[in-house]
Design a binder for this molecule. Sequence first.
Ligand code: CTP
Ligand code: ZN
Length: 159
Amino acid sequence: MSPERASLTVSKIRDGTVIDHIPAGKALTVLRILSITGKEGLRTAVLMNVESRKLGRKDIIKIENRELSSKEVNAIALVAPTATINIIRNYVVHKKLRVEVPENIVGILRCPNPTCITNRPREPVTPRFKVTSKSPLVLQCVYCGTIIREDEIEKLLTA
Ligand code: CTP
Ligand code: ZN
């Protein structure tokens, strides 16, 4: 082994998306947001808790032959605000995007208030939240005013 610390090596991909600088331990939540279960047949690498100069530890996801919509990129920001999205074409980083928490969140999360109109059993209204603070992340339901804090987001994801 080289004198440098041991590392997990995963090969470069030809075409697809590399989501880098994910906070350590959040990769599976990011996959959930993207609705990637493994059954789609996409060749995917998930690295968890690997060394990062910037973050100490980080997670990385490499997905072949899949690009992300802007809605998916915004949703990733809710659980992985430090993530970098690299779009790979013919082995080259074609585009590098920082994720950004949007002003409004439509869908993706459910409102925790059981009496909110977004939780009506019949004809439910699509949940909508206004981002009232980006760091720390604070969201507010547009319909009932319920506040959601950063640590509650994961359990409110609908995907
Ligand atoms: N990558 C890959 N396949 C490619 C090209 C890049 O899997 N064909 C991965 C790299 O391993 C890295 C990420 O995509 O995890 C971003 O690549 P690059 O921009 O070359 O790396 P850095 O300069 O280290 O990125 P940053 O500045 O965002 O830290
Ligand atoms: Zn509500």
